[in-house]
Write a protein that binds this ligand. Sequence first.
Ligand code: MN
Length: 214
Amino acid sequence: MAIYTLPELPYDYAELDPVINPQIIELHHDKHHAAYVKGANDTLEQLEEARDKEQWGAINGLEKNLAFHLSGHILHSIYWHNMTGTKNGGGGEPLAADGVGELADAIAESFGSFAKFKTQLSKAAATTQGSGWGVLAYEPVSGRLIVEQVYDHQGNVGQGSVPILVFDAWEHAFYLQYKNQKVDFIDAMWQVVNWQDVARRYARAKERTPLIAP
Ligand code: MN
């Protein structure tokens, strides 16, 4: 039995067009995300086999694969829901009038202003070297929001931080449409952010017990 399963997209392939074209969404979800799900399940099976046979020669590689594939599955699962078409309310910025005032306040408190936050996340995503993500995360020790620049899917992350808005900066996320213009893709991403979804994730993340409390 597979432990992890590929979630359905919450919309059809054309939802985010023209910011992200349908071909990219189809390949990205059906092929790339699916591969991370399979990779996580396969790695868990291989670890079970290692335990049963008491053969630990591949432990380093297996643990690395587990972190990579599991993190890829988790980030992509969040990514699909973080976006919605412009005709369905995507884009803009979080406003109290739209019922996402708590998120708007947290962004202002943590970054100084929405504009400063937007620039920081854009820069973090656009300057990933190789493959990575720009991530807005809730950091439960301080109770504040932070931006993280994630290497691959799993590196350069503060332990315990909870991703609530993720920008995929891997070439597979944009190359068919934007070619080498990663900055243009990241700039366009803001037109399809689903702030209602980000606000829900923020509210749920905040309910967590501070990690280092006894
Ligand atoms: Mn991706």
